[in-house]
Ligand binder design. Structure first.
Ligand code: AMP
Ligand code: ZN
Length: 116
């Protein structure tokens, strides 16, 4: 399923431009438009899952595929040995703004902990 109102569905369908760094049949990865670190890539399923629970229920394997792609991209972006962070924001208190599951890959600078 794809949702024409959803910005990430439009990127996945290549109807909206993004700086794509990786793609396969199931997922696409592109640079965040408002980067919070020198490397800030979003890895998304091409199918529209509004939340992690929807993705987990409908295709639990997709979450592992997003993770595997993130590990590969971290190597390609040369942050694997320096360190990086993978984040899913889920829901209001985590600050989720786009309701299409996405995994953030952040790296290229020292990241504070705990996050704000
Ligand atoms: P979240 O707060 O976890 O929902 O993250 C959504 C992310 O999507 C934010 O970091 C935005 O900067 C990013 N974003 C929104 N629209 C676009 C877009 N058209 N291209 C790239 N990144 C986007
Ligand atoms: Zn979508």
């Amino acid at each position: 399923m794809s949702n024409s109102e959803c910005v990430f569905c439009r990127i996945g369908a290549r109807k909206l431009h993004a700086m794509v760094v990786h793609e396969d049949d199931d997922l696409i990865a592109f640079r965040d438009i408002n980067p919070q670190a020198p490397i800030h890539v979003l890895i998304i399923p091409k199918k529209h899952y509004p939340s992690l629970y929807d993705a987990h229920r409908e295709d639990p394997g997709i979450l592992g595929k997003l993770n595997a792609a993130a590990l590969q991209i971290a190597e390609k972006e040369r942050v694997a040995s320096r360190g990086f962070r993978l984040v899913f924001n889920h829901g209001d208190e985590a600050g989720q703004t786009v309701h299409h599951v996405h995994l953030h890959l952040l790296g290229g600078r020292a990241l504070r902990w705990p996050p704000g």
